[in-house]
Write a protein that binds this ligand. Structure first.
Ligand code: HPA
Length: 277
């Protein structure tokens, strides 16, 4: 079975459980699971039940898909993502995106935790990602191209949707939430970066650093989905403070940040799916 057939099988399974196609998918990064609690009439499907879907092992990631309404809009929430550093290959990491695309979802909204590289950023800042640097050493589109999904050489110039970014900024300003803009650089992990790697990343133009999201964004862009990414700064990147980096610190900061990110997402989602700018 090729990857398209596998994605179709998983999408058919989801269609059987949830007849209405969600207007958007929301991927919750480390420590952001709280968003799911506010959803109306949510139906929960463990990843393990979805055919062909791998199960995440990262701490802080629950591993289930929720379909429910956010201010009346049906969304598919992915509580927990798959990371390259867990040992999955890129086809597995991006499989959920392929399934969402096959299902007919057109808005891909991702959240993640990151380290702040930009000297102007502080832990708990929320950053709207407007561009990325794929520093993982691999591209999820390597291999035979599925023409029905997208072109062999997809343009990434405007993969982060300008209209969605504007809407996100409008919602943030309405709520009095400061939203920064920045470039996200993805490392493969799982070791945190060295101070020298962070200096390099800053010189290359990166503002925040993480170990996820970029493969998903490339695949979502390949399928023509509209993409919007909110990155929550969990810590100063390596070498910027005396403190050692720990995953616990990341989760702790994310819990605090979710107090602002959750209301922002709740306001943003109906805006994101509405046609008018
Ligand atoms: N580096 C990479 N990934 C991360 C970091 C970091 O400093 N913080 C949260 N995710």
């Amino acid at each position: 079975m090729n990857i398209k057939e596998r994605a179709q099988e998983a999408a058919a399974f989801l269609r059987g459980k949830i007849p209405e196609v969600p207007r958007a998918a929301v991927v919750l990064g480390s420590g952001l699971g709280g968003f799911a609690e506010g959803m109306e009439d949510a139906l929960s499907i463990p990843y393990a039940e979805i055919p062909r879907w791998a199960v995440s092992t990262a701490p802080g990631h629950r591993g289930r898909l929720l379909a429910g309404r956010v201010n009346g809009v049906l969304v598919a929430v992915l509580q927990g993502r798959l990371h390259y550093y867990e040992g999955y290959d890129m086809d597995e990491v991006t499989f959920p995106v392929r399934v969402l695309g096959e299902w007919g979802v057109t808005n891909y909204i991702a959240t993640n935790a990151s380290g702040g590289i930009n000297h102007g950023f502080r832990p708990k800042d929320i950053v709207l990602v407007h561009d990325h640097i794929n520093f993982m050493g691999v591209n999820p589109l390597r291999g035979a191209n599925e023409e029905s999904w997208g072109p062999r050489f997809p343009d990434m110039t405007s993969v982060y949707d300008a209209v969605l970014m504007e809407k996100a900024e409008k919602c943030a300003s309405f709520l009095g939430i400061q939203l920064r803009r920045g470039v996200y650089i993805a490392f493969a992990g799982p070791s945190f970066e060295t101070p020298a790697e962070i200096r390099m990343a800053r010189a290359m133009g990166a503002d925040v650093v993480g170990m996820s999201t970029v493969p998903e964004v490339i695949v979502a862009g390949h399928m023509g989905m509209k993409v919007c990414v909110f990155s929550c700064v969990a810590n100063y990147a390596a070498g910027m403070t005396e403190q050692p980096l720990t995953h616990e610190e990341v989760l702790h900061a994310m819990e605090e940040t979710s107090g602002r990110l959750v209301p922002l997402l709740e306001r943003f989602i109906p805006e994101a799916v509405s046609k008018d700018v």
